[in-house]
Design a protein around this ligand. Structure first.
Ligand SMILES: Cc1cc2nc3c(=O)[nH]c(=O)nc-3n(C[C@H](O)[C@H](O)[C@H](O)COP(=O)(O)O)c2cc1C
Length: 177
């Protein structure tokens, strides 16, 4: 049998890259960059985020059963790389990346000020998926900045998307809404 190409998953990229926030049971938050996520149900609203088992974020989501997706804007690219290369076990990434924490609406894990949108989730189920946990979450709150997401669609050229490796891209929408 032909060997599976090691980059097979990038056939499904580019993917919206987001800052995934979580919190410890002592109330200390963490953030990591993440791209592997998908909606799985509209009714009830549910999504899956995939996090490597070794990441501190995985430990925290297992511990407190909640997480938040913060979709950053173009000017936050530097923070994406920092949050995607250091572990919260060693570094306070909020401080290091100059990210300001704001309270969530329905969960304890915080949000990050200035993002284009927010999705707060409570953990519904954890699926063991190879090197990752696929965390299936119930969406309990959504916040949208309509400068970036108008009439139910993203505006082109506004939100970072992960192509793979060190490459972030932006899409162009010919039919601007
Ligand atoms: C653009 C980008 C996308 C990433 N996507 C994922 C992802 O989907 N799942 C994952 O487990 N790690 C992903 N990472 C890697 C984690 O963000 C990284 O390993 C991070 O340091 C983990 O932090 P933590 O130990 O504080 O949880 C991504 C990194 C970058 C830069």
């Amino acid at each position: 049998m032909k060997k599976i190409d090691e980059n097979f998953y990038r056939l499904l990229h580019p993917k919206v890259v987001f800052l995934l926030t979580s919190i410890s049971k002592e109330g200390v938050p963490n953030v990591m960059a993440c791209a592997w996520a998908t909606p799985v149900s509209e009714e009830p609203p549910m999504i899956i985020v995939c996090v490597a088992k070794e990441h501190y974020t995985a430990e925290l989501i297992l511990e407190t059963a909640e997480f938040a997706i913060n979709i950053p804007t173009k000017d936050m690219e530097k923070a994406i790389w920092l949050c995607g290369s250091k572990s919260g076990r060693e570094v306070d990434k909020f401080k290091r990346a100059n990210l300001e924490i704001i309270p969530s609406t329905k969960i304890k894990a915080p949000l990050i000020k200035g993002c284009a949108s927010y999705i707060e989730c409570k953990l519904h189920q954890t699926i063991d998926a190879g090197e990752c946990y696929a965390f299936l979450g119930n969406v309990v709150y959504v916040g949208i900045d309509e400068r970036y997401f108008k009439k139910g669609v993203w505006q082109g050229d506004t939100i970072p998307m992960h192509l793979g490796g060190k490459r972030i891209v932006y899409f162009r929408d010919e039919k601007k809404s």
